[in-house]
Each structure stands twice: as C-alpha cells, then as structure tokens.
Design a protein around this ligand. Structure first.
Ligand SMILES: Nc1nc2c(ncn2[C@@H]2O[C@H](COP(=O)(O)OP(=O)(O)O)[C@@H](O)[C@H]2O)c(=O)[nH]1
Ligand SMILES: [Mg+2]
Length: 158
C-alpha cells in the first residue's frame, strides 16, 4: 500500500479540487466541512483547521496517522500563510508542497519555490493545474504510485 498522505493549506488553495482529481472523483469541490478520507490513502482537510490555531490539535492528531504531509499553496498568492512553527510538529515527516492554479497568468514559480522553502518545505514541490492532466498525473504517480500510462480513462484508482 502506498504511503498515506494528508493535504493542508488555506481555504481556497485548491485542496479538494486536487484531492478529487487525484482520486478521479468527477465532482466540483464544495466547501470542505470535515476531514475527508479516501481509500485509506489520503486525507483532505478543511482550511479552517489550518487557519485557526485552536484547530491545530486536530491536524496534528490526524497527521500522526499519515506518512506524508502535502502543503497546498495557490500560485496566485505571494505570501505563505503557513503558521509559523506548525511544521516543526511534523519534523519527522516528509513535507512536500503543491503549487495549484498554475494556469493563472503571470505566475513566478521560482519566487514561489523560494517562498515555500523559507517556510520549511524540504521535500518535492509540484506545480499543478486542474486543467493540465499531465501535472496531475505526475503528482498522482508520486503519491499513489500509479504509472500514468496504466491509468484508466476515468482515472479510477480505487
Ligand atoms: N484556475 C484554477 N482554479 C482552481 C484550480 N484548482 C482549484 N481551483 C479553484 O479554486 C477554488 C477553491 O478550490 P477548493 O478545491 O475548494 O479549495 P480548498 O478550500 O483548498 O479545498 C475553486 O473555485 C476551484 O475551482 C486550478 O488548478 N486552477
Ligand atoms: Mg476543501
């Protein structure tokens, strides 16, 4: 079984869109109210858990169950709202990042990468767009271990 992962990031970062895309769920992202689990592999979290310090304990508790933490950051936001110190709690986990909405105009990817590194992201940084299937395939391959060539047209993995 591939390592389990959890998405964190601010409201509107594109976590649920990403999550649905990874698992081939063809539904528009509604506001995420609760932690959503998929196939024992992935967890999508409500942005509120990330934005309000009083909710950190919930994130931290659940993160104990996962192997990988994926910080989701929208390409059109130039400040990192990663709460200072939160990632220290995850010191023993691999922390990767996904830059979503790469289809937006005037994106400065090197600048975003510097921002994420300075915020404590040490792992991979995946630039993606919901409109670019190849970018989603690359991330899916990394997270779920599936070879894009073997992906069915509906991308149903589970
Ligand atoms: N242009 C563009 N919009 C996106 C992309 N991914 C997500 N969005 C939009 O961003 C908004 C927030 O997405 P959502 O997945 O609900 O974010 P969440 O709050 O982090 O779960 C929605 O209107 C999505 O359609 C993307 O790759 N490109
Ligand atoms: Mg959501």
């Amino acid at each position: 079984m591939p390592p389990r992962f959890m998405l964190i990031g601010q409201i509107g970062a594109g976590k649920t869109t990403l999550f649905n895309g990874l698992f081939g769920k063809d539904e528009p992202a509604r506001k995420t109210q609760v932690m959503e689990f998929e196939g024992g592999l992935g967890i999508d979290t409500p942005g509120e858990y990330f934005s309000h310090p009083r909710m950190y304990h919930a994130l931290i508790t659940v993160s104990a169950e996962v192997d990988r933490l994926l910080y989701v950051h929208p390409a059109d936001v130039l400040e990192c709202r990663l709460p200072p110190g939160l990632l220290d709690v995850y010191a023993k986990k691999t922390i990767d990042a996904v830059v979503t909405k790469m289809d937006q105009p005037h994106i400065d990817l090197p600048g975003l990468e510097r921002l994420l590194r300075s915020a404590g992201v040490q792992g991979h940084i995946f630039p993606v767009s919901m409109y670019d299937p190849a970018s989603m395939d690359a991330l899916r391959g990394y997270l779920l271990g599936s070879n894009p060539q073997h992906t069915t047209p509906q991308r149903k993995l589970l």
